[in-house]
Write a protein that binds this ligand. Structure first.
Ligand code: ATP
Ligand code: MG
Length: 276
């Protein structure tokens, strides 16, 4: 079993390098980097969770930078599970999850980034987007909710917006939880069978599933056009939930480590402080 530094790294394989193609179709959603769902993998996840908890505390104390984690997936892709299993260790004071549903009429009366910008993390915070501004080039494109002339300009708008956030002290990482069409079917079937999961079943999702290929095309374009040096995309193999959690945890822990938050020095001379 690895101790600290010699744990296996798995996320590099998932990174879509800026300028390269994601080529989602050629990536196996069952990829697991040769790992198994065993004690080593449990220790690997625990290692990253410890790193996240430690670094998040420093990020909060420092109060100067922030991290934005964007999570996208097809229905039943595991966004909720990843948030629960990976960000469950985060301090609720400084981690905020925002779920983006179909826009309200007020939101539709503004530009597509209006509601998103308001939800971005404050300094010291981790912000998690459960769905995001990418819906505006995914479901909106697939369902033709706006004309092509409108959505095709959004890739550039998104890159510029994310650049603005990055220039303002927000590190951004984006994970597409990639499940196979077969795995989605199995998860939908389980939702119908299991009384504990029936509340999650939604016939609207079964309709969306019929457009699987169009969604994959839209994801491919979004990732290819918007994986940038300041906001990279990761295609996370997500058929195996335990592996998905490891990858997402590693991506987040590494991102926090890269921004290297530090405890601020005390604002007074602690040696002279008197407590009566
Ligand atoms: P879960 O089903 O796990 O609770 P979810 O993210 O699927 O989570 P739902 O309420 O089922 O939540 O679905 C939200 C829906 O809103 C999704 O179908 C998504 O595509 C849609 N949506 C999100 N943003 C937009 C947008 N900008 N325009 C149109 N539809 C959107
Ligand atoms: Mg849903």
């Amino acid at each position: 079993m690895g101790s600290g530094n010699d744990f296996k790294k798995v996320s590099a394989h998932c990174l879509v390098k800026p300028g390269e193609r994601a080529d989602i179709a050629s990536r196996s959603a069952r990829f697991d980097a040769g790992l198994d769902d065993d004690a080593y993998s449990a220790a690997l996840l625990a290692h990253h969770l410890e790193r996240i908890a430690d670094l998040e505390y420093k990020l909060y104390a420092e109060g100067k930078q922030s991290l934005l984690v964007v999570l996208q997936a097809m229905d039943a892709g595991g966004k909720d599970g990843a948030i629960r299993n990976v960000l469950g260790v985060a301090n609720p004071n400084s981690c905020r999850v925002t779920a983006f549903k179909a826009p309200s009429s007020e939101e539709l009366d503004h530009d597509f980034l209006w509601r998103v910008h308001k939800a971005t993390p404050r300094k010291g915070e981790i912000g998690v987007f459960n769905r995001s501004h990418y819906e505006d080039v995914l479901i909106v494109r697939v369902r033709e909710l706006v004309p092509k002339a409108v959505w095709e300009k959004r890739y550039q708008h998104i890159n510029d917006f994310e650049r603005l956030l990055a220039d303002s002290g927000t590190k951004i990482v984006k994970c597409f939880l990639h499940i196979s069409k077969d795995e989605q079917k199995e998860r939908f079937e389980k939702r119908l069978e299991d009384p504990r999961k029936q509340w999650k079943a939604n016939p609207v999702d079964f309709e969306e599933r019929k457009r699987w290929d169009a969604y994959m095309e839209a994801y491919e374009d979004a990732i290819n056009q918007c994986s940038t040096p300041w906001a990279p995309w990761y295609v996370v193999p997500a058929d195996k939930k335990w592996f998905r959690n490891i990858v997402v945890a590693e991506v987040i822990a590494d991102a926090l480590e890269a921004i290297d938050p530090r405890f601020p020095p005390p604002s007074f001379d602690v040696r002279k402080a008197k407590i009566d």
